[in-house]
Design a protein around this ligand. Structure first.
Ligand code: SF4
Length: 243
């Protein structure tokens, strides 16, 4: 099957995965859209670059990790050159992102592992756009240091696959809403939430739940009095509304 046909078939399968969202998920989705809108989903088409950028984004701000990624790309012409450089030289290129030694070593580990798997083909991960979504997630998570959130970010932001990354905001807000149980780990929440949220809604819900967590459903002192989701919120009905 040609690549484009395979991609189209995968997209249809991705979309068939959740047949009908629950009424609660649908109400939350629509309230988020009314409040925060539908963000434009423009995958960047570079899965390996996205993976490296995601490693660089750990434990630092977007601005600093963006600088570190730009520094890396400016210092080395190819991912093969990053792989083969002294680790200290890679760390120097990404120093603005913090934890430079650890991240440089992690990036080189990933690139070396990929080199072995790809049998010395050019380093690239865009073939994951043609794999079933679960297989693509499993592949990424088998790379050194790659967990469910990084794997989902790579597929969602670079290849337009409807994976559902769960960051600290998404995890906190969905627990309070009661979409997942209070004891569900952030890693386990990826599977649990992907089962609940239709593929076409995942990008919007990911982005809008983060916006909600940053502006209203704050970790300390959530602003329930002005929250557009409070009618759907277990935390609100169990605590705030009872007072
Ligand atoms: S009602 Fe409160 S706890 Fe619930 S989602 Fe809104 S801000 Fe968060």
């Amino acid at each position: 099957m040609a690549h484009e046909e395979q991609r189209a078939a995968n997209t249809r399968e991705d979309r068939d995965e959740v047949e009908t969202p629950s009424a609660k998920v649908a109400r939350i989705y629509h309230a988020l859209v009314v409040t925060y809108g539908i963000p434009e989903w423009r995958p960047n088409g570079d899965a390996l670059g996205e993976l490296i950028a995601t490693v660089l984004s750990q434990h630092t701000s977007d601005v600093n990790s963006g600088r570190a990624y730009a520094g890396l790309r400016a210092s080395f012409p190819t991912w093969e050159a990053v792989r083969d450089a002294p680790t200290a030289a890679v760390a120097q290129a990404i120093r603005s992102g913090g934890l430079a030694q650890i991240k440089a070593a992690r990036i080189q580990q990933i690139l070396r592992e990929l080199t072995g798997r790809l049998a010395n083909q050019p380093l690239d991960l865009n073939f994951l756009g043609e794999e079933p979504l679960d297989d693509a997630l499993t592949y990424l998570q088998s790379l050194p240091g790659v967990g469910p959130k990084t794997a989902a970010c790579v597929l969602l932001f670079s290849l337009g696959r409807p994976a559902f990354p769960v960051d600290t905001h998404v995890w906190r807000v969905t627990k309070r809403l009661g979409l997942i149980g209070a004891r569900v780990s952030a890693d386990a929440a990826h599977t649990a939430l992907a089962r609940l949220i239709p593929p076409d809604w995942r990008y919007t819900m990911h982005v809008d739940l983060i916006r909600h967590g940053r502006t209203i459903c704050l970790a300390q002192r959530p602003k329930c009095a002005i929250c557009p989701l409070r009618a759907e919120c277990n935390y609100y009905w169990a605590t705030v509304a009872e007072r």
